[in-house]
Write a protein that binds this ligand. Sequence first.
Ligand SMILES: [Zn+2]
Ligand SMILES: [Zn+2]
Length: 370
Amino acid sequence: MYLTFNSLIVSPLPIPLHLFLYCLYTAWDLVNQSISYIFLILNNCVNILVSVLISFYVMSCDSLRCTHDLPKVPKLDACSTKSLLVVSDSMMVFTIALVVIINLALSKSQVCPPADVCVRQAPYKNVTITTDSTYRYVTTSQCPPYQNPQWTNPSVACDREITYKIPLHPKLPTAVKTIPVGEGLKVWNNILYLKEDPAPIFGAMGVLLSGVNIFGVGSPCGYSSRCPENGGPSKYVDAVESEGHTTDQCGGHADPHHTYHIHSNTGFNSSKTGGRKNCQLPVDDPGKHSQLLGWMFDGFGIYGQFSEDGKVPTDLDECGGHTHSINGVSVYHYHFPYPSKFPWTIGCFKGCPEASNNPHEYSGFTKYGC
Ligand SMILES: [Zn+2]
Ligand SMILES: [Zn+2]
């Protein structure tokens, strides 16, 4: 409610006084409205700023992840005058509603049922690796052993301890030469689509020494791509191309089931982000064969990009592997591709993957003679 001088402009008053009051009224009205607009603009800016800050606070605050607690929406002090409060109330309600909706959406996506959230500060949970005569056992929380800032990824990583069994004596399939893990079909709309048959392997295909899952290259269409019903050539796409924008400095992210994983070495191989050291992986010695970085579930190790003498290998097979002596023992092993490119990890399994590590995908591999 604006304070006006209308009530004072009454006749019969002397003309000079009438003019004076009219001028005074006009001036006051002008000042009043100007102040109102200035405060309205300032108030709206403050409201928007507060909602943005709260959103960032929620996204960056470790303690808020995986809890149902919402931050208290601060009581925003609008303005000092009643008139401005009236003007700004609707904006205030809108802003607070927006903040609450954002907070609810964020907190809902960050709940970790039924296990706990990953440790986000050092010391992180250790990976335990033991062996018997048959298997190497890798027990991992499936959490990243480093800060996972979750910049653009809506899913949070959760603590899901699992023990993977890595065969010490890899078994080769008897019905096929190699086992497909995902094959390119065609580039369409600037994204590589994958064949539907053989379908790409989803979920874990191996594990890094850091305990981080190595996932397959496939991703369902629709996330950052078009599905067949909208003209897409296949229902599967290259995960690195379609999900790459959600990964952290080590190239990892959590899926909607809160499982943290990588699809390639693009993150931890980059010196810009601190490289392997910051991702809890061994760093290569220049001029030497790359370090062992993990194992695929068929039992064969996967190494960095360089082979003997630190050179790019030229004899890799379709699976991305070759056989030569390492530490005095001739052994088949995979290399991450150089430069990093599709299929990003291995092109196929040389051996039979241990079915218990990913039963949904590997139980049907009896058809390959596994
Ligand atoms: Zn992924
Ligand atoms: Zn090699």
